[in-house]
Design a binder for this molecule. Structure first.
Ligand code: BJW
Length: 294
C-alpha cells in the first residue's frame, strides 16, 4: 500500500510540474509566475515563485530501443551479436583499418535492411514528430540511432549524434554523400572515380567524437524536460547527458528495463516505446489543456 501511495504521489507531483512547464509554453513561451510555492515546495516551484522568466525547452534522447519495434535489432539485447561479434569489436577505427571488408559487411547488411519497405517509423517515432509539430516548445531530438526513422516520421529538429548509415563520408576530405548502396574497399570516389577506397559509413565509432557535442551540452544545461527513450545508458557521452540537465529539469526515462542511469531520473516508465511514448506525450498534452482551462 505504502509503495502504491508513493508511486501515485510521485506521479501527481510530476503532473503538476509538467502543467507548470506547459503554461510557460502557451503564454507566448514566456511566463512570470506570481503564485506562492505549492505545498510540494520543490526547487522547481521555488524557482517559479522567485519570478523566473523561462521558456519551455524539451530535450529528447533516443536509442536503439525506440526502433526495435520497427524491426531493427538493438545492440545489447539477447540477439545483440552480429556474426558472433559485439558492436564494440566492429564499430572502431582500428577494426576498420585492420579488416575493412568485415566492417563494410556489417554496415552493408544493416543498410540493406534499413532500405526494406517494412522498416518504417513506429508509433513512438510518430508521436515525437507530432508533438514537435503541435507545440511551440523549443524542441531538440538527439538520436544515437543511425537509422532514418525519426526523419521518416517527420521530426524536424533532429541531431543524429552517432551519424547516419544512409550516408558515406570521404576519409580524405570529410565530405558526406547520401548513400544507399553497399560500400567496399574498392568503391570509387563519387567525384574522382579513379580514387578508390576512401569512403566509409558516416557513423561514429568508439574513440571518435560524436556529432553536435556543443549543441547537446548547451541543450542539456537548459532543458526543462528531458526524455530518454530506449537507450541502455552505457555508451558515453550520450549516457551522461542526463547528468548535465539542471536540478529543476523533469527527467523521464522510458525503457523496458532499468539502466545504470535510472536513479538520476525523476520518473522511470517501464514498457515498450510504442505504447509508453505516445501515452506519456498525451499526458503532457492533457496537463497542458487542463492548465489552459484554469
Ligand atoms: C526498449 C525496447 C522497446 C529495447 N521499448 N525500450 C569509460 C568510461 C566512460 C566512457 C568511456 C570509457 N571507455 C571508453 C569510453 C568512451 C566510449 C564509451 O562510452 N564506451 C563504453 C562502452 C564504456 N565512447 C566513445 O568512444 C564515444 N566517443 C567519445 O567518447 O569521444 C570522446 C569524447 C570525450 C568527451 C566528450 C565527448 C566525447 C563514441 C561512441 C560511439 C558509439 N557508437 C555506436 C555505433 C554507431 C554506429 C552503428 O550504429 O554501428 O553507437 S556503439 C552503439 O551503442 C551505437 C549506439 O548508438 C550506442 C548506444 O546503444 P543504445 O542505443 O543504448 O542501444 P542498446 O542496444 O545498448 O540498448 C537498447 C535499450 O533499449 C535497452 O536498454 C533496452 O532495454 C531498451 N529497449 N527494446 C523501450 N521496445
Amino acid at each position: 500500500m505504502g509503495q502504491n501511495f508513493l508511486k501515485h504521489f510521485r506521479k501527481e507531483i510530476n503532473a503538476i510540474k509538467i502543467r507548470f512547464f506547459l503554461t510557460a509554453a502557451r503564454h507566448r513561451k514566456l511566463y512570470i509566475t506570481t503564485e506562492p510555492p505549492t505545498p510540494v515546495g520543490s526547487f522547481f516551484h521555488q524557482m517559479l515563485y522567485m519570478g523566473s522568466v523561462r521558456s519551455m525547452k524539451v530535450l529528447v534522447l533516443t536509442g536503439a530501443g525506440i526502433s526495435a519495434e520497427s524491426g531493427i535489432p538493438t545492440f545489447r539485447g539477447v540477439d545483440g551479436l552480429w556474426e558472433g561479434h559485439r558492436v564494440e569489436e566492429v564499430a572502431t577505427p582500428t577494426a576498420f583499418d585492420q579488416n575493412p571488408e568485415l566492417v563494410h559487411r556489417f554496415y552493408n547488411t544493416r543498410r540493406r535492411h534499413l532500405l526494406q519497405k517494412d522498416v518504417r517509423p513506429n508509433a513512438a517515432h510518430i508521436a515525437l514528430a507530432e508533438y514537435e509539430a503541435n507545440h511551440d516548445d523549443d524542441f531538440l531530438l538527439i538520436t544515437q540511432n543511425v537509422d532514418h526513422l525519426h526523419f521518416a516520421a517527420g521530426s524536424q529538429n533532429v541531431l543524429p549524434m552517432h551519424g547516419q548509415l544512409l550516408e558515406a563520408r570521404c576519409t580524405q576530405t570529410d565530405k558526406v554523400y547520401p548513400w544507399f548502396e553497399d560500400l567496399s574497399p574498392n568503391t570509387p570516389d563519387p567525384e574522382t572515380p579513379s580514387r578508390r577506397g576512401n569512403l566509409r559509413p558516416n557513423v561514429v565509432w568508439f574513440g571518435e567524437m560524436p556529432y553536435g557535442m556543443e549543441k547537446i551540452q548547451q541543450a542539456a544545461r537548459n532543458a526543462d524536460l528531458f526524455l530518454a527513450i530506449g537507450t541502455s545508458a552505457v555508451v558515453y557521452p550520450a549516457a551522461g547527458i542526463v547528468q548535465q540537465t539542471p536540478l529543476n529539469c523533469q527527467r523521464v526515462e522510458i525503457n523496458l528495463d532499468t539502466t545504470p542511469q535510472s536513479k538520476v531520473f525523476t520518473e522511470t516508465i517501464r514498457g515498450p516505446a510504442t505504447v509508453e511514448v505516445p501515452k506519456f506525450l498525451r499526458r503532457v498534452q492533457e496537463s497542458c489543456k487542463n492548465t489552459n482551462e484554469h
